[in-house]
Ligand binder design. Sequence first.
Ligand SMILES: NC(=O)c1ccc[n+]([C@@H]2O[C@H](COP(=O)([O-])OP(=O)(O)OC[C@H]3O[C@@H](n4cnc5c(N)ncnc54)[C@H](OP(=O)(O)O)[C@@H]3O)[C@@H](O)[C@H]2O)c1
Length: 261
Amino acid sequence: MTTAVITGAGSGLGRKIAILNHTRYDNLVLIGRNSEKLNETGRICIARGTARVFCLACDLTDENQIRQTAKWITSQLGTVDLLVNNAGLGYFENLLDQSFEQIDRTFATDLTGMIKFTRLMLPLMVDHVGKAADIINIASIAGKIATAKTTTYASAKFGVVGFSNALRLEMQSRNIHVHTINPGPMDTNFFSIADPSGKYLKGVQQFVIDSDQVAELAIKSVNENLREINVPRVMGFGAILYTLFPTMGDLIVNSPLINRK
Ligand SMILES: NC(=O)c1ccc[n+]([C@@H]2O[C@H](COP(=O)([O-])OP(=O)(O)OC[C@H]3O[C@@H](n4cnc5c(N)ncnc54)[C@H](OP(=O)(O)O)[C@@H]3O)[C@@H](O)[C@H]2O)c1
């Protein structure tokens, strides 16, 4: 029996990844806060042939819920072959306008909750006999290039990239492959929280990526054991240039041409 665990599976990219994986694993474990949205993803997967779907309501900002969810997976399923850390949110506002609640929620969901959940999944993944297990961490291009109005979100996503890089090294000898996916703006509900005004999304309309494409790339990262995928590629290339030429990078990313927030 093989098992894939996907966080944030009730919508957007997480749902797309679950659907694309519908016959690759015997068990799909779908995690998020909203049971109705998870059940809808589950119904789609079952209709397409997934053997077993488990929808587990869990708020990743709540340590007790993380522990309970991990306990259930441990006792009921025992091993995990794929963990997709996808749940996340952000608020695109100047730091001067952010509340402590927004700061805490962003870090607890995107970074610390994800790290704690991974910590509890690792014992179910290490040293699988005969085959590797995989972890896909969904970070962001904001974890490679910080722009104005992403202080908290970019900090959390830079953290996800750093976490992935360190975990990849730790797990090299334990037969777990760690993959990082860094998408640019995607066509999901993310912006209903990040930018309720719609201004940013309107400004970057021509760069918005199809979340189906990102889901396919996430699966490709497992099939081809790729360490990191930046999409669109031009943004990944931009991140390399920014590292090499940071002063010029600041000018470029803060110009109205690039920063539409
Ligand atoms: N859309 C973009 O432009 C973009 C770009 C780069 C990276 N990303 C990243 O891609 C990932 C997926 O986002 P998306 O674009 O697909 O947006 P989305 O549709 O809003 O999905 C985010 C998911 O995270 C879940 N979630 C939020 N808070 C949670 C919590 N406390 N505990 C458990 N689950 C929680 C939500 O489910 P519930 O509401 O049911 O909890 C939701 O299903 C995120 O990590 C995001 O940062 C998005």
